[in-house]
Design a protein around this ligand. Structure first.
Ligand code: SF4
Length: 259
């Protein structure tokens, strides 16, 4: 879940720290949501922390503390979409799925020499895993990182060069990966965004409740109380904060909040 929208080098140290603090699903489920959000703070997209906490509670309450391995059961967990469900199935349970992340989707579009619709891309990935899905998915991630990169691909030496339709045709414009299913575009600018204000607010809340009058300053918009109120409302709606009557607090931080 950390890798859903954050790059590997940023995730690794935080993932280790997270596991030190919550070494088991049960430990995460038993912790107040405020602690999980606090540990997540700085990774971005803090909603994922709320989902992860709810997921841990669901795994403990509904699955006797063990992750389910069917696609349907995994997709029913909070914060788990098709990508994460298949990643868990493949890398934890070695089930025969194709994990369609942005790198794999780019390779499939380029080797097919055309943009792919979502179902088509997923079916192509699932159909190609062969009898060692774990290794196939790892290999695809490596090819995406080392050869079939987002900008100019490094086709010389790429192990898929002989079967690649786009490279075989001389890489004509446009790049079939552009606009193909599951291939992400550029992330919107963070500086000055609502996302930045949300991150600042969660960080401030980790230190303690924030009063209504302090919200705008805490979010970095001291002269724009309207924007602060509007964005703070989305933080509450996402379950990242609760109203104390005088301001906001992390869920579970306020004295008698249930987990
Ligand atoms: S040959 Fe080039 S375009 Fe085709 S998969 Fe390899 S790196 Fe990507």
């Amino acid at each position: 879940m950390m890798l859903q929208q954050t790059q590997v080098p940023r995730v690794v140290p935080r993932w280790r720290r997270f596991l030190d603090r919550f070494p088991t699903v049960a430990a995460c489920a038993l912790a107040p949501a405020a602690e999980v959000i606090d540990e997540w703070s700085g990774l971005g997209y803090n909603r994922r922390a709320v989902h992860l906490h709810r997921l841990a509670i669901s795994v403990v309450d509904d699955h006797e503390g063990r992750f389910p391995d069917t696609l349907a059961d995994l997709l029913a967990l909070p914060g788990i979409g098709p990508y994460t469900a298949r990643a868990v199935r493949v890398f934890a349970f070695e089930r025969p799925d194709g994990v369609l992340d942005t790198n794999v989707a780019r390779i499939l579009a380029r080797t097919s020499a055309r943009s792919l619709a979502p179902r088509e891309a997923q079916r192509l990935a699932d159909d190609n895993v062969g009898d060692d899905p774990w290794a196939w998915n790892q290999a695809m991630l490596d090819v995406g990182a080392r050869f079939c990169v987002a900008g100019t691909p490094n086709c010389d030496g790429c192990p898929l060069r002989v079967v690649c339709g786009w490279a075989g045709a001389g890489r004509p414009d446009p790049d079939p990966a552009l606009g193909s299913a599951a291939v992400s575009g550029r992330q919107s600018r963070f500086e000055g965004s609502d996302r930045q204000g949300r991150g600042r607010l969660v960080k401030a809340l980790a230190a303690g409740p924030v009063g209504d009058a302090e919200l705008a300053a805490a979010m970095g918009w001291p002269d724009d109380a309207d924007r602060a109120r509007r964005v703070a409302a989305t933080v509450v709606a996402d379950g990242l904060a609760v109203s104390t009557g005088e301001g906001l607090a992390l869920p579970g931080q306020a004295t008698d909040e249930p987990r």
